[in-house]
Design a protein around this ligand. Structure first.
Ligand SMILES: C[S@@+](CC[C@H](N)C(=O)[O-])C[C@H]1O[C@@H](n2cnc3c(N)ncnc32)[C@H](O)[C@@H]1O
Length: 256
């Protein structure tokens, strides 16, 4: 089976928004501290556009740190969850490739594991237009920590069984993709973990695009095999899920 087109993967989250909202991981405080340190400004009071906000996992954490955050999300299924979880947050249905905002509107544009769904030929000029002079982009991805053997083995199995699987390590290519637009970047890496049940880990996996686009029966077979493996490793049904968050902060030429 060949991998589905990018657009089908990008919109696949709407069908699994409930699992996404229930089980996907958040982001640690150290990530937001790194964003503040690298950008040189506090999130409190900053005008932030959180693009590809999904169910609002990052949006709510930014708001909790005092950012004046607007969530930007193209998909109705995901937006509906965000509205339910954060009714006070301003939500704009929009796309990173055509931001519905005036020039110079934002201090910071964030993409929490969403920038790779945009088309850089359009999304980077759009972000540079909407940022005020000196404003920054911040994009980050929760990546499975492949230094942990059971995680590495599970990723290998998922890669073998899911045609649209994308290997961790994508953030390493981001600086090269931004450079043609005159964007200079700084990267940071933050490690963290969370304790969850095996069932929630499976729910979280099922909300990944590479499983969401599979035939339902095939996806269920993959998840059943993973359940059996995880319960052998963690018979009491609880595990520690280790993450590496890769952060890339970028500035346009106007910031120099
Ligand atoms: C992996 S989810 C990330 C959601 C959220 N930011 C988080 O941290 O959990 C990716 C999100 O990007 C959205 N998306 C897909 N294509 C997009 C685009 N061109 N512009 C902005 N967002 C997009 C999807 O609808 C989805 O909500």
């Amino acid at each position: 089976m060949s991998s589905p087109p990018h657009a089908a993967l990008a919109s696949s989250f709407n069908a699994v928004a409930a699992q996404y909202a229930a089980a996907r991981p958040g982001y640690p405080a150290t990530l937001f501290e790194a964003v503040e340190e690298v950008t040189g400004r506090a999130l409190a009071g900053a005008e932030v556009l959180d693009v590809g906000a999904g169910t609002g996992i990052a949006t709510r954490l930014l708001a909790a740190r005092g950012a004046r955050v607007t969530a930007v999300e193209p998909g109705e299924g995901m937006a509906e969850r965000l509205r339910a979880a954060a009714p006070d947050v301003r939500l704009v249905r929009g796309d990173g490739d055509a931001l519905p905002f005036r020039d110079g509107a934002a201090d910071l544009i964030t993409y929490a594991q969403s920038w790779h769904w945009t088309d850089p030929r359009r999304s980077v000029p759009e972000a540079l237009r909407v940022l005020r002079p000196g404003g920054a982009l911040a994009m980050w991805w929760n990546q499975p920590d492949l230094d942990v053997p059971w995680v590495a083995r599970q990723e290998e199995r998922l890669a073998a069984r899911c045609p649209a699987y994308r290997p961790p390590g994508f953030p390493g290519t981001v600086a090269g993709r931004l450079a043609p637009f005159g964007v200079r970047t700084t990267g940071r890496r933050v490690r963290w973990s969370r304790s969850i049940t095996v069932e929630d880990r499976l729910r979280s996996l099922s909300s990944h695009s590479y499983l969401a686009v599979m035939d339902a029966g095939e996806a269920e077979a993959v998840l059943n095999a993973e359940r059996a493996d995880l319960l052998t490793l963690f018979p009491d049904g609880v595990l520690t899920e280790p993450y590496v968050v890769d952060l890339v902060v970028g500035w346009g030429a106007a910031a120099d």
